[in-house]
Write a protein that binds this ligand. Structure first.
Ligand SMILES: [Zn+2]
Length: 419
């Protein structure tokens, strides 16, 4: 008789100390990006998989930032990718830490260190789930593929995006990215980040005559910039079936960001002037100024509508000769709330945590979008204490780590025919 899901879960509970130790081991390997080397952590992951009886392959676009691929199950059937990054942001000023960021210390309730939440606990959770599923000998009606990357925190060009252009996600049906989330949120969509450049030309003159002579490019651009926030009036368009996800997302944004009206970032365009440069010298009326604006599109936003609005802002500012360039890089993207991967993870997360778990959209973006762009149903769900991420004193709760890994494992069982 073949092994049951219940028996696999009993194994996971019995061996939970292995998962805690695995997380701690990953923390003890410094993998700061951009300052550190990714070689030791990638070697460790490869060895862990091989010790689990799983063949692992290393591939790299850049030898300093290798990726690990692995697969268990059959070639046919439902195919699920597990994705995680092993690089971490630099620890920064060590005197601001209350513990050694690379000590991997385990307390009664927590694991401490750089990368615990973002996202070595998540990586440990998917590695452990894959190991248990493989060692169980359960027959799968599909397969699990592993994508471990070492370049996410510093540009990411050697990580997930590269793996996908090399064809390593071809044919997959679903993907779980184990990036940190709240335990009550499954991230199922995000906004698209784009760049707008505004350029103003003027006429130079001596600074002493500035009120009378010359045409000041900085002031001209300022007239447009003071209205650029009006792009926020543009709304996304969400299919009727996704109404609940939109409602959840607005609720979560209001709750977490604690600023009146901020839930509108979910379903409206946002525009943030991030960079400006202009002028050559204090005593010269500037003849050139340029600004770069971070434009985020919600799901269903119309690029042509955004462009028309930019034109109308320029026209109304009176600075008619201000030019613009937009680089469209990403649209809002989502996985349907009723997708099997969403509903399965939701069911198991709710059963373990005894809370409502809300599928929702992020206001920012991540590697998940590359999978979604390929039509792969993708979610993010991972263990974390969000307050330490990219900051000092990063930690993760042991309960979070154990539950997340169990949720991955049970979801894989359900989606791959292990009952
Ligand atoms: Zn991350």
């Amino acid at each position: 008789m073949s092994i049951t899901k219940t028996e696999i879960m009993e194994q996971a509970s019995r061996r939970s100390s292995e998962l805690i130790e695995l997380t701690s081991q990953l923390i003890r390997i410094n993998s700061e990006n951009p300052t550190g080397s990714q070689r030791p952590v990638i070697d460790f992951v490869k060895q862990y998989l091989e010790d689990s009886g799983i063949a692992a392959t290393e591939i790299a676009a850049n030898d300093e930032f290798p990726c690990i691929l692995a697969k268990i199950g059959s070639d046919e059937g439902y195919s699920i990718i597990l994705n995680g990054h092993v690089d971490v942001v630099p620890a920064g000023d060590l005197s601001k830490w209350e513990f050694d960021p690379f000590g991997g210390e385990v307390t009664e309730k927590r694991i401490l260190g750089r990368g615990t939440s973002d996202m070595k606990a998540g990586v440990a959770g998917i590695l452990f789930a894959m190991r248990l599923l493989n060692e169980s000998g359960a027959e799968l009606t599909g397969n699990v593929r592993l994508h471990i990357v070492s370049d996410e925190e510093s540009g990411g060009q050697y990580g997930t995006k590269w793996l996908l252009t090399e064809g390593h996600a071809d044919g997959a049906d679903a993907c779980i990215v184990a990036e940190p989330t709240s335990n009550y949120t499954i991230e199922i969509g995000q906004k698209g980040s784009n760049e707008l450049i505004l350029k103003a030309h003027g006429t130079p003159a001596h600074g002493s005559l500035g009120n009378y002579k010359g045409d000041n490019a900085i002031l001209k651009l300022g007239k447009v910039l003071s209205h650029i926030g009006e792009l926020h009036e543009i709304q996304g368009k969400f299919p009727q079936e996704e109404a609940q996800a939109l409602k959840n997302s607005r609720l979560i944004a209001a709750d977490k960001l604690e600023t009146p009206g901020i839930e509108n970032v979910i379903d409206h365009v946002t525009a943030s002037v991030g960079l400006i440069s202009g002028g050559t010298k204090l005593n010269v009326v500037p003849d050139y100024c340029e600004a770069r604006v971070d434009i985020r599109l919600p799901i269903g936003a119309d690029e042509a509508e955004v462009e028309a609005k930019i034109q109308s802002i320029i026209a109304q500012s009176g600075a008619l000769d201000v030019e613009y360039e937009i680089t469209w890089k990403a649209t809002g993207n989502y996985t349907p709330i009723n997708a099997p991967i969403v509903q399965t993870v939701k069911k198991h997360a709710e059963a373990l945590w005894h809370i409502d778990v809300l599928p929702a959209y992020q206001w920012a973006s991540s590697d998940a979008r590359y999978y979604r762009e390929m039509g792969i149903q993708t979610i993010q769900y991972g263990p974390s204490n969000t307050e330490g991420i990219h900051s000092y004193n990063e930690t993760v709760d042991i309960e979070d780590v154990l539950n997340a890994s169990q949720i991955y494992l049970m979801s894989l069982c359900d989606l791959l025919g292990v009952n």
